[in-house]
Every structure is written in structure tokens, then in C-alpha cells.
Design a protein around this ligand. Structure first.
Ligand code: ARG
Length: 463
């Protein structure tokens, strides 16, 4: 018999049960569902909507069910549709008809919205912790390789020398914004929908503020229709998750390139790479590749849920049941990726001599143009002069560093020995000495800032 069976004359077709049941995936919400129910029953008792001893019996029963689920002793019943009805059924089997009072003044529509919000609040905090761990790994890599110079790229062509630390800290900044986006998302998720009932509220004298207090929500939803039909908090989460994946994917792509023999900038630890079943020489950057690949899944989860929402009228519609698998998949995938990325990065060796060799040569051309401009030549003309100089070097098969003072003087009378002193990757990075630049003392400032932000976030998370 269904919990909603009163109005029905015929049994549900087995195919119908199979089709619309969600217990095989929403069973993951058992903890949130029980916590929500305990808070609801407690409030019902306190408000004398049900007797206080009834509320106690209900809460006790729910706690026992939670313990049994956690001990692996419960098998959910697919005939009972979803996690909400499974738990109510288990409760009534355990404590008798009084279990049927739990659903007073509540609907599965506000209940499922509550469960999801509780679930996401937890996931967000876990993911924020993982972002901090990744940021710590980036900062550690930056510090451990502080003197290391590499070419920066535009269009994947060598552009100008930068500190490797500067490159790592660029990712620190991206993940910092991701962290903050999740904080925003948490704030919007932290709103209690319970009390909305099916859609219009309830005729019982409930105290929503009390439920919010019991469950640790900072606010309560102000419109019952919105409370049961909105999933934008979940879309916020999926959008934030997608962007984190995009950032991981970009770094992953760089690591794939850097670990190729063509670049040879880094070597991944054996512990975080794989071999080939046929080619004995291979060492593949699977972590970085898989993360890059899984980014598509998470973006798909976002687009999937946006699409579910776009056409449904207020308030609850069963379409909304399709929200959960996207959310679970994105949360799982993201946590898996963040969890593996930090140790892969921490154990990655950077080949400083290779990166430095790649950072000289024509990557210093801008510095020579800047030199002439500082001597008064309009930059556009300086650019033209150095362009010709580069062409000359290509013809003569020379690097810029190999030019003599005489050769330079042939291109501009403004050149002197000082120009020759400029021609090193170290000099080049040292000159970019302003906030945001790659000069070592500026990168030290970035590092200090990064450590401060991490420490503050750790404190906030632990609270
Ligand atoms: N399993 C449902 C879901 O995930 C719970 C809410 C069902 N509400 C309803 N009126 N059928 O959305």
C-alpha cells in the first residue's frame, strides 16, 4: 500500500514504480532527511501541534533508523518511491501509527528542497576545504621553486620571461575567486524552505524560525511557492563547480604540455602517472588528462539542470526530481578531481634549467624595445627597430644574448652596454616591479597575500 494510496483503486504498475522511483539515487540523502525530520518533529512538539511525548518517540525512532542505515542494516524499498517515504515507512513500522504524525504541516516538496540544501551546505564546505589544500600546494610549489624562471606564453608562443612562482600564483588567484563564489553560493543555499508545505504554506501554527535554528539555517524562505520550486541555489553550485573544473582543466592542460618531451618542463611523480600496456617508454599524465575530460561532465550537469528548470511552471513539478543526479555527480566528480590534483602537483618536479633556457632569446625582445623607449624613442619606432634586430638574428642564426655592442649600435645609436646587461631572463623579470608584476619582490608580496588569505579561510572554515 502506498503512503498516498487512499484515493487510488488500482495497484501501481511495476513499470510505473520503476520509472518514477528515485530511491536508488536519493537514498544518499538519508542523513539530511532524518536530520530535517527530527527538527520538524521537535518543533511540532514544542508548538503542541503534536504531543511532546509523541515528538520524542518520533525523534527517538528516527535516530535509531539513522544508526541502522549507517550500520548498513537497512535495505530500502523501491516500492516506497523515494528516501522521504522510505524513512517514514521505516518509522511507522518501528513506532506504530504515531509515525504518521511526522508529516503534519509538511510536504515532500518542502522536505526535498530542505534535504538538498542541507546536503549542498555540507558539500560546499568540504569542497572549500579541498580548494584551500590545493591553494596550499600551489603556494608550496611557488616557494620551493622561487628562483625558477620560465617563458610566459601568448598564443602558445614564447612571449616574456616570468617566475614559475608567478605562474603558480595565477592559479591561486583563480581558485581564490572560486572559493569566494562558493561562499556566496553557501549564503544563498543557507535559507530554510521548510514550512512552505506543498506550495502555499500550512494551516498548522508552525514556527519556522525554530526549525531554522535547530538546523543551523541563517534565514527562512520568504515565499512558499519559491521555496518549493526554486533550484537556483543548486545552479549556483553547479556553475561554481563548472568554473572550478575549468580552472583545473587549464592547469591540467599545461601540465600535459609541460610533461611532454617537447617541453620537458616538469616530471610527474611515478605515483601519479601511468604507463602504457604496449609502449614500455611511456609515462602518461593521466590525472591531468582525466580532470580535463571530467570537466565536460560537470559542465553537462550544469546545462542539464538549467534545462530541467527552464520550462516548468510554479510550483513543484516532478521534473525537479531530475535535479539530484546532476548535483551528486558534480559534487562527486569535483571532489575526486580536487582530491587528486593537489598531491599530483606537490610531487611534480620542475626542471629549472630547461625552463630557464626556454625563457631567454627572443623572449627578451620586449625588454630591448622598452630600453629604447626609455631613451626617448617613441615605443612604436622602438618596436620596429627590435623587430628588424630579431629578423637579423634569425638570418645570422644568433640569439639576442649573443649580439655584440657593435651589432646593437648598427640598429640604434641609443644602445650602449647597459642594453647588453638587460639581456637575461633574470634582468627581465626583475624589471617588472609593480603590483601584479613578475619581479621577485612583487611575487614575494603575492605569496604573503596568498598565505594570509589561506590562513583566514582556514579559520573561517573551522568555525
Ligand atoms: N522524490 C521527489 C523529488 O525528488 C520528492 C518530492 C515529491 N513530491 C511530489 N509531489 N511527488 O523531487
Amino acid at each position: 500500500m502506498k503512503l498516498w494510496g487512499g484515493r487510488f483503486q488500482q495497484e501501481t504498475d511495476g513499470r510505473m514504480d520503476d520509472f518514477h522511483s528515485s530511491i536508488h539515487f536519493d537514498c544518499r540523502l538519508y542523513r539530511e532527511d532524518i536530520e530535517g525530520s527530527i527538527a520538524h518533529a521537535t518543533m511540532l512538539g514544542e508548538c503542541r501541534i503534536i504531543a511532546q511525548n509523541e515528538a520524542q518517540v518520533i525523534c527517538q525512532g528516527l535516530k535509531e533508523i539513522l544508526a541502522e542505515i549507517e550500520a548498513g542494516k537497512v535495505e530500502f524499498d523501491p516500492g516506497a518511491e523515494d528516501i522521504h517515504m522510505n524513512i517514514e515507512k521505516l518509522l511507522t513500522e518501528r513506532i506504530g501509527p504515531v509515525g504518521g504524525k511526522l508529516h503534519t504541516g509538511r510536504s515532500r516538496n518542502d522536505q526535498v528542497a530542505l534535504d538538498l540544501r542541507l546536503y549542498l551546505k555540507r558539500q560546499i564546505r568540504v569542497i572549500q576545504g579541498q580548494i584551500l589544500t590545493l591553494q596550499e600546494a600551489l603556494v608550496e610549489r611557488a616557494e620551493a621553486n622561487f628562483d625558477l624562471i620560465m617563458p610566459g606564453y601568448t598564443h602558445l608562443q614564447r612571449a616574456q620571461p616570468i617566475l614559475f612562482a608567478h605562474h603558480m600564483l595565477a592559479y591561486f588567484e583563480m581558485f581564490q575567486r572560486d572559493y569566494e563564489r562558493l561562499s556566496d553560493c553557501f549564503r544563498r543555499t543557507d535559507v530554510l524552505p521548510l514550512g512552505a508545505g506543498a506550495l502555499a504554506g500550512t494551516t498548522f501554527p508552525i514556527r519556522r524560525e525554530r526549525v531554522a535554528e535547530l538546523l543551523g539555517f541563517s534565514a527562512i524562505a520568504q515565499n512558499s511557492l519559491d521555496a518549493v520550486s526554486d533550484r537556483d541555489f543548486a545552479i549556483d553550485f553547479l556553475a561554481a563547480a563548472s568554473l572550478i573544473m575549468v580552472h583545473l582543466s587549464r592547469l591540467g592542460e599545461e601540465i600535459v604540455l609541460w610533461s611532454s618531451q617537447e617541453f620537458g618542463f616538469v616530471e610527474l611523480s611515478d605515483s601519479f602517472s601511468t604507463g602504457s600496456s604496449i609502449m614500455p617508454q611511456k609515462k602518461n599524465p593521466d590525472v591531468a588528462e582525466l580532470v580535463r575530460g571530467k570537466t565536460g561532465r560537470v559542465m553537462g550537469d550544469l546545462v542539464g539542470l538549467l534545462t530541467v528548470l527552464k520550462g516548468i511552471p510554479l510550483a513543484y513539478n516532478k521534473d525537479l526530481q531530475e535535479d539530484k543526479e546532476s548535483i551528486f555527480d558534480a559534487a562527486d566528480t569535483l571532489q575526486g578531481c580536487l582530491g587528486i590534483f593537489a598531491p599530483m602537483l606537490s610531487t611534480m618536479k620542475v626542471r629549472g634549467q630547461v625552463t630557464k633556457n626556454a625563457a631567454g632569446g627572443f623572449a627578451l625582445a620586449t625588454d630591448l624595445a622598452d630600453f629604447l623607449a626609455k631613451r626617448g624613442l617613441p615605443f612604436r619606432q622602438a618596436h620596429e627597430v627590435i623587430g628588424k634586430l630579431v629578423y637579423y638574428c634569425i638570418q645570422e642564426q644568433k640569439e639576442l644574448e649573443e649580439l655584440t655592442g657593435e651589432e646593437l649600435a648598427n640598429f640604434s645609436p641609443l644602445f650602449d652596454e647597459e642594453a647588453l646587461n638587460l639581456l637575461s631572463p633574470e634582468a627581465s623579470v626583475g624589471l617588472r616591479d609593480h603590483t601584479g608584476g613578475t619581479a621577485p619582490n612583487q611575487v614575494v608580496r603575492q605569496l604573503e597575500r596568498a598565505k594570509g588569505l589561506i590562513a583566514k579561510a582556514r579559520q573561517d572554515l573551522d568555525r
